[in-house]
Design a protein around this ligand. Structure first.
Ligand SMILES: [Mg+2]
Length: 226
C-alpha cells in the first residue's frame, strides 16, 4: 500500500447513513422471542409463530395491523393498543447491541466517519432501542420517520439525517437491509450503498447497491475501504 492510501478520509464526505432494524440491531430475533411468548400466553400452538412472522413481514406491516390480526385469529379481548404496547416493550427488552458491531462503529468514528441512523418506525420504540442498547454512544445523531413526518425511501428523511449532523448528503454512504427503503432511497439521491442480503437475492432491476454484505461489520469494512 502507498503511504497516500492510508489517509482516504479527506477525499469524500465522511457521512455514514445507517438503517437500524436488521442492520445495526437485530429485529427479527427480538420479534420472534416476543411472538413466541405472546402465543404461549394466549394458548396458541407454538407453530403459529410462522403465521405471525408472515403477518409481521419483517416489520413492514403496520404494528396496528399486526395487533388486529392477533385479535381476530385468537378472538382476544385485549385491546389493540395493549398488544401494540406489549410488542413495543417486548422488542425493546429483547434487543441487544452486538459488541462487535459497536466496535466496528467505533473504528469508523475514529477514522473520521460520521454515523447517523436513518430509520422508519415509531419514535418511542426506535429511540428506546438506540438508547437502551448503548448504540447512541456510537452515533452522531439519528432520525426516525415518525418524528420526521417522512419515511424512507423519501429523499427528505436522508436530508434531515445529514442536517442533524450538519453535513451535506453528497458523497455519503447508506447501509441497510431493505432494497426499497434503504438502497432505493440511496439510489434516488445518487449515494453509494451497501445492502445486507440476509440470505436473500437482489431482484430489483431498476437499481442496485454498490456493494452487498452479509452483515453490518462487513458492510462497514466495505465502506471504510472505499
Ligand atoms: Mg432494516
Amino acid at each position: 500500500m502507498f503511504a497516500g492510501d492510508i489517509v482516504p478520509y479527506g477525499a469524500g464526505v465522511p457521512l455514514l447513513l445507517l438503517d437500524l432494524d436488521n442492520t445495526l440491531l437485530d429485529r427479527a430475533g427480538p420479534f420472534r422471542a416476543w411472538g413466541e411468548d405472546f402465543l404461549r400466553e394466549v394458548g396458541a400452538p407454538a407453530e403459529d409463530i410462522d403465521w405471525l412472522l408472515d403477518v409481521d413481514a419483517d416489520g413492514l406491516t403496520d404494528r396496528w395491523d399486526v395487533a388486529e390480526a392477533l385479535r381476530d385469529r385468537y378472538g382476544l379481548r385485549i385491546s389493540a393498543i395493549d398488544i401494540v404496547e406489549a410488542l413495543h416493550d417486548g422488542i425493546v427488552a429483547n434487543t441487544r447491541l452486538d459488541p462487535m458491531v459497536a466496535c466496528a462503529l467505533k473504528i469508523a468514528g475514529d477514522a473520521g466517519w460520521v454515523p447517523v441512523v436513518v430509520t422508519n418506525g415509531a419514535e418511542r420504540q426506535q429511540e428506546a432501542k438506540i438508547r437502551r442498547t448503548g448504540l447512541d454512544q456510537y452515533l452522531a445523531d439519528w432520525v426516525i420517520s415518525e418524528e420526521a413526518g417522512v419515511s424512507k425511501p423519501n429523499p427528505r428523511i436522508f436530508a434531515i439525517g445529514a442536517g442533524r449532523a450538519r453535513m451535506r448528503l453528497a458523497g455519503a454512504w447508506m447501509i441497510g437491509d431493505s432494497p426499497e427503503a434503504d438502497i432505493g432511497g440511496a439510489n434516488g439521491l445518487g449515494l453509494r450503498s451497501v445492502w445486507l442480503h440476509r440470505g436473500r437475492r437482489w431482484t430489483e432491476q431498476r437499481y442496485a447497491p454498490t456493494y452487498t454484505a452479509d452483515g453490518p461489520i462487513a458492510a462497514l469494512a466495505a465502506v471504510l475501504s472505499g
